[in-house]
Design a protein around this ligand. Structure first.
Ligand SMILES: NC(=O)c1ccc[n+]([C@@H]2O[C@H](COP(=O)([O-])OP(=O)(O)OC[C@H]3O[C@@H](n4cnc5c(N)ncnc54)[C@H](OP(=O)(O)O)[C@@H]3O)[C@@H](O)[C@H]2O)c1
Length: 244
């Protein structure tokens, strides 16, 4: 007799549009996943007007977001909107508590949410807001959801960008410092050097790139390695026989 397939539970942050939504759609099409569609605004998520079978972007002929969500749930029980705002610790905590209560675990975390200011906006406030979401927000989501990660082929995925290439920092010495970072503290220290430089004079950046988004993705790429180390430590702590 064929065995029932247990759906893998996948959290995708920033999945109410763009790449996150496309990933959700692909996973749903494959039929082996229960997708937790992360969104900072539940109404917005609901008004996606999901036609879950094929085209999540398609508009439905319904008025309120709530209506769409209800209609949507009836059609596909393998997708669910989860409110998660990377700039709010409370929202992240609530999202993790919600997932724990309803699913007990996640099998895959896809860190996709990110923000970038439009045009060439660039000053200390832009840098602060961008890092609050793309860097500190991602760390907070990772910390909140790591304890829920299952031990059955768990995955943590970081959606990055070419904008975060290390060579955008025009100093080999500083590039080396990034490569030698051992943990979040080392990374944050380097990041603060960039922040301080922007605060002093945003037009005298020296070797730093004039891009808050770009720099947030540079550190994000290193964050990925740090999170992987923590992730392995976590998996090892789950099982004494990890290396056997
Ligand atoms: N598009 C590209 O060409 C490209 C290239 C390379 C890498 N990427 C990366 O791909 C990922 C997705 O990009 P995209 O192009 O799909 O961007 P997008 O269409 O702008 O979608 C970004 C998503 O992140 C969400 N988000 C923004 N701030 C948030 C916050 N504080 N808390 C929670 N969610 C938040 C947005 O929610 P709202 O709708 O509420 O704003 C949206 O759902 C990002 O990590 C980006 O760096 C994109």
């Amino acid at each position: 007799m064929a065995q029932a397939i247990t759906k893998r539970i996948v959290l995708i942050t920033g999945a109410n549009k763009g790449i996150g939504l496309a990933i959700a759609q692909q996973l749903l099409d494959r039929g082996h996943h229960h997708v937790l569609l992360g969104t900072r605004n539940l109404e917005k998520c609901a008004t996606l007007c999901c036609s879950p079978e094929k085209n999540l972007h398609k508009k439905n002929n319904v008025n309120s977001g709530k209506e769409v969500l209800e209609k949507h749930f009836k059609k596909n029980e393998n997708i669910e909107c989860v409110q998660i705002d990377l700039s709010s610790e409370e929202s992240i905590k609530n999202a993790a508590a919600h997932v724990k209560k309803n699913h007990e675990k996640v099998d895959t975390i896809i860190h996709n949410a990110a923000m970038a200011f439009k045009g060439d906006a660039f000053d200390a406030d832009v840098v602060k807001s961008t890092f609050a979401v793309n860097y500190y927000g991602t760390i907070a989501v990772n910390n909140a959801f790591l304890p829920l990660l299952s031990n059955n082929d768990p995955r943590v995925i970081f959606v990055s960008s070419r904008a975060g290439r290390l060579s955008s920092i025009q100093s080999e010495k500083v590039q080396q410092q990034f490569l030698q970072c051992n943990d979040f503290n080392d990374l944050t220290k380097l990041l603060n050097e960039f922040v301080d430089t922007v605060k002093q004079d945003k037009d005298k950046l020296g070797y730093w790139p004039k891009s808050a988004y770009g720099m947030s993705k540079v550190v994000y790429n290193f964050l990925k390695s740090s999170c992987i180390i923590i992730f392995f430590c976590y998996i090892m702590s789950l099982s004494d026989s990890f290396f056997l």
